[in-house]
Design a protein around this ligand. Structure first.
Ligand SMILES: [Zn+2]
Ligand SMILES: [Zn+2]
Length: 253
């Protein structure tokens, strides 16, 4: 499996996942043009994408989906209610695949799991190819026991580490927005991400990527330091932080 985070954070999210036979985008939260440009930087032709899979209908995850899918004639896989919510972005006749439970895209097996977030429904995914499993888990206010159960099956996870609680509370956001972000249906803080990693980490885990960082209420250094303080420095080798404005490297595992 190869994967690359094209963008991560409240200005846009998209992750490219490649298995032996499938090329998939999870979320298309940048413009179609930006997504195409970033794919080309890694020598992936946009028209070679087999499918798009959506986590939820917030704009930072679906901004360019209609245009991108239409332009390159790519089917969109999502929960039926997510597809309903993005209907205004789609043209008539565009290919959509409402999933019910787990599904395959060629050799990639997707298991969705519910996330507690202020967009209903929101999902994380386990993506499995052969014996390797990648978890994508961002946009959640709290990790439920079911979320932990899924993450314990992952060899690699992309996990939200959205904000530093103090920076959020002392920052410039209006009170209702601070409350929303910190709530059980908002976003995971660095502290919560650290506690969650401590809870689900196991010897079969190869890498943990911290993403969906707030540009206003977090920095990569603070996110990393906070998480390491909680889980212990011995996990430093496993953890990497993705910044909002930069594409990640292309990871392989
Ligand atoms: Zn988001
Ligand atoms: Zn969201």
């Amino acid at each position: 499996m190869r994967y690359c985070i094209l963008a991560s954070g409240s200005r846009g999210n998209s992750t490219y996942v490649e298995t032996q036979y499938a090329r998939i985008l999870v979320d298309v939260g940048l413009s179609a043009k930006k997504i195409a440009d970033r794919l080309e930087l890694m020598n992936v032709e946009p028209e070679s994408i087999d499918s798009i899979v959506l986590t939820h209908a917030h704009n930072d995850h679906v901004r360019g989906v209609g245009q991108f899918a239409f332009k390159y004639n790519i089917p969109i896989y999502a929960h039926p209610e997510t597809l309903d919510a993005i209907t205004p972005k789609l043209k008539q006749g565009q290919k959509i695949n409402p999933w019910q439970g787990a599904f395959y895209i060629k050799d990639a097996f997707f298991t969705p799991f519910n996330l507690s977030h202020d967009c209903y429904p929101t999902f994380g995914y386990l993506i499995q190819e052969n014996l390797k499993t990648l978890a994508i888990c961002t946009d959640l206010g709290v990790a439920t026991p079911a979320v932990k159960e899924h993450l314990r099956k992952a060899n690699l996870m992309i996990l939200e580490s959205n904000h530093d609680p103090l920076m959020l509370m002392n920052g410039v956001y209006p009170w209702h927005l601070k409350e929303r972000i910190a709530s059980r249906v908002g976003h995971l803080s660095n502290v919560e991400a650290g506690e969650l990693i401590g809870d689900v980490f196991h010897s079969g885990m190869d890498k943990i990527i911290l993403g969906h960082l707030s540009e206003d209420n977090n920095t990569s250094q603070i996110a990393l330091d906070t998480v390491l303080e909680i889980v212990g420095n011995q996990l430093e080798l496993y953890i990497e932080v993705i910044e909002q404005r930069r594409m990640s490297t292309v990871f392989q595992f």
